[in-house]
Design a protein around this ligand. Structure first.
Ligand SMILES: *Cc1c(COP(=O)(O)O)cnc(C)c1O
Length: 408
């Protein structure tokens, strides 16, 4: 399928915004959904809706099959060892909180260490900060190079025998850096620490194999990979998940309940208290089918092409500063246009039907490291074209002329 054919599968892209054809360049915040995902959710509600894991009736077993079928797709997609290792969550944020609360707080003691980086999304920072405070563990940061990349020598230095957990994003949602998480996982494990990978920005764009990465935990969000909002997952190595206590108690996760004590279901249901996000899981399953039908390698190649083209066109605009490394980067570009506030840039672009992001991107410590209060960000996905980039560039040049006095 070429990009034009792919675009046909995304109804939302075919509309005018403020009198201009929409150019959507904010997929790193949330991706758009193909018709097959929308249809799968609709079909589920029209035909199969029921609660899971308890109905003796036909709709109950259809809903259970749909939900567990989506889990099987995810197991295959990530190359997890088994269905026991894949837990449905609300998204990356709740998956990371599950590890930080259910695992970190029980293994960390006073003086132990949790290691992360300054480029982490707040979702991969605050849960560790709070776990460190609660346990007396020390939160340590792997330093960044000037271009925002990490050096393995620094990883070696930062992780010690006292480190219990290392948690790093695979792809930075600001710098576009692709971190060497496989190598970091190997270092962490050699020193006796567990490796957590924030996969919110990698899963939509790269072929991920959790067994090859050999990470202990991996998280993802459905809505960034063509699926619905409200669904995501935590992958964890079975032995670790067996050890971990649930953090949410209630229906669906119990085996036997007495007045004063209870026992839990087996994995993965032990961590899925309450009625799960069934339609969301169904939609995520359809999103996986969709991404596999295009091919993750093809998606990666396409984004690299678009990003390289955009970087080249942007380099012609004077006073436009791009953050992050020049090469080996993912499909997003964070920038500032002289001294123009990024919110003003985004507002002018929106008036031309172009959606980009402006702000701190849930990375306030990284903004301070970059010595800016905010930035603009254009992010690309499989449905973006070179014409989208041309529209972006034309509008940035116009913006620059409009705010000319602020630049120079
Ligand atoms: C979006 C994002 C998150 C948070 O994902 P949610 O879907 O909001 O839970 C975490 N880390 C990174 C790198 C992200 O881009």
């Amino acid at each position: 399928m070429n990009t034009k054919e792919i675009r046909q599968l995304f109804p939302i892209l075919h509309q005018e915004v403020n009198g201009h054809p929409l150019v959507y360049l904010d997929s790193a915040a949330t991706s758009q959904k193909p018709v097959s995902v929308i249809e799968a959710v609709k079909h589920y509600y029209e035909r199969d809706n029921s609660n899971v894991h308890r109905g003796v009736h036909t709709l109950g077993s259809r809903a259970t099959d749909a939900y567990e079928g989506a889990r099987e797709k995810l197991v295959r997609f990530l190359n997890a060892g088994s269905a026991e290792e894949v837990i449905f969550t609300r998204g990356t944020t709740s998956a990371l909180n599950l590890v930080a609360t259910g695992y970190a707080r029980s293994v960390c003691r006073e003086g132990d260490e949790i290691v992360i980086t300054p480029m982490e999304h707040h979702s991969n920072l605050i849960p560790w900060q709070q776990a460190a405070k609660a346990t007396g563990a020390v939160l340590k940061y792997i330093p960044l190079q000037e271009d925002g990349t990490i050096r393995l020598e620094d990883v070696e230095q930062t992780i010690t025998e006292r480190t219990k957990i290392v948690s790093v994003t695979y792809v930075s949602n600001v710098l576009g850096v692709v971190n060497p998480v496989k190598e970091i996982a190997a270092i962490a494990q050699r020193k006796g620490a567990k490796m957590v990978v924030d996969g919110a920005q990698s899963t939509p764009h790269l072929k991920v194999d959790v067994q090859d990465l050999d990470c202990d935990f991996y998280t993802l969000s459905g809505h960034k990979m063509c699926g619905p909002t409200g669904i995501g997952a935590l992958y964890g190595k079975r032995a670790l998940l067996e050890e971990m206590d649930p953090i949410e108690y209630g229906g669906e996760m119990i085996d036997h309940v007495d007045l004063y004590d209870s026992t839990w279901k087996d994995l993965p249901w032990k961590f899925e208290g309450g009625t799960p996000i069934i339609a969301g899981a169904v939609g995520l399953g359809a999103a996986i089918d969709f991404l596999e039908s295009i091919g993750l390698d093809e998606i990666d190649r396409h984004e690299k092409r678009i990003t390289a083209y955009a970087l080249e066109r942007m380099s012609d605009i004077k006073d436009l500063n791009v953050y992050g490394p020049r090469s080996d980067r993912a499909g997003l570009i964070t920038f500032n246009l002289g001294d123009v506030h990024p919110h003003d840039v985004a507002t002018v672009l929106d008036a031309e039907g172009i959606a980009i992001r402006a702000g701190h991107h849930c990375c306030q410590p990284l903004m301070r490291w970059l010595q800016v209060s905010a930035t603009a960000r254009a992010s690309f996905y499989l449905y973006n074209t070179e014409e989208d980039v041309d529209r972006l560039i034309a509008s940035l040049i116009k913006t620059k002329e409009y705010f000319g006095h602020a630049i120079g």
